[in-house]
Design a protein around this ligand. Structure first.
Ligand SMILES: [Zn+2]
Length: 197
């Protein structure tokens, strides 16, 4: 599931501007460090992805308008929600999947109601493309230093004996996974991490 689907708890959003270089109606050529998701000219609620806390809220009429940063320690990401019509959380507040962070709007430099969604690793100032990441509660995953999804593994798998030889080498593990037609990552040791491209 796309992160944005998790945030909206619905999947009828549409992309109005992609991550990357673009011609901005306000600034000309610029790097767009997130993805804009249209919400059908309506103010949709934004939900927290999972347990986390509010890092920063900001009310403004310029730039990103009203925005909220939420940190998710387990996923090791900070998520940026901008141009909100309304903010429903406070600084430092704990959040969970039932928490409404705010509602989509067009505050700041926006031509219509949408969510600007940005993402970084916690403590990093490098933007990631949030549309590249899926959220899958079952897989217990986070985002690692090379910006790939990694999986935290658990003991007790049919490939345990083979994979444990290679657990330090994500590429070798991937070959094993491909060879065995494994769609989902397999488990080796508790808290051991594997890189799955
Ligand atoms: Zn944007």
């Amino acid at each position: 599931m796309k992160l944005v689907t998790k945030i909206f708890k619905r999947n009828d959003w549409y992309i109005t501007s992609n991550y990357g270089w673009r011609i901005c109606p306000f600034h000309g050529k610029e790097f767009h460090p997130g993805v804009d998701y249209g919400t059908n000219i309506q103010k949709w609620p934004l939900y927290a992805i999972e347990d986390g806390y509010v890092q920063l809220i900001h009310y403004g009429s310029k730039g990103y308008g009203n925005y909220v940063w939420v940190r998710y320690p387990r996923l090791n990401i900070s998520v940026f929600h901008a141009h909100l019509d309304k903010i429903c959380v406070k600084n430092k507040q704990k959040v969970n999947t039932e928490t409404i962070i705010g509602y989509t709007g067009k505050t700041g430099n926006a031509t219509g109601i949408h969510l600007h969604l940005g993402m970084t690793k916690i403590g990093s100032n490098t933007w990631l493309n949030p549309h590249d990441y899926d959220y899958d509660l079952e897989s217990n995953k986070e985002i690692n230093n090379s910006n790939k999804i990694i999986y935290i593994v658990k003991k007790g798998d049919s490939l345990w004996n083979i994979a444990k030889k290679y657990y330090k080498d994500g590429r070798k593990y991937t070959k094993i996974a491909e060879k065995n037609n494994i769609k989902k990552p397999y488990t080796i040791y508790p808290n051991q991490k594997l890189i799955i491209p």
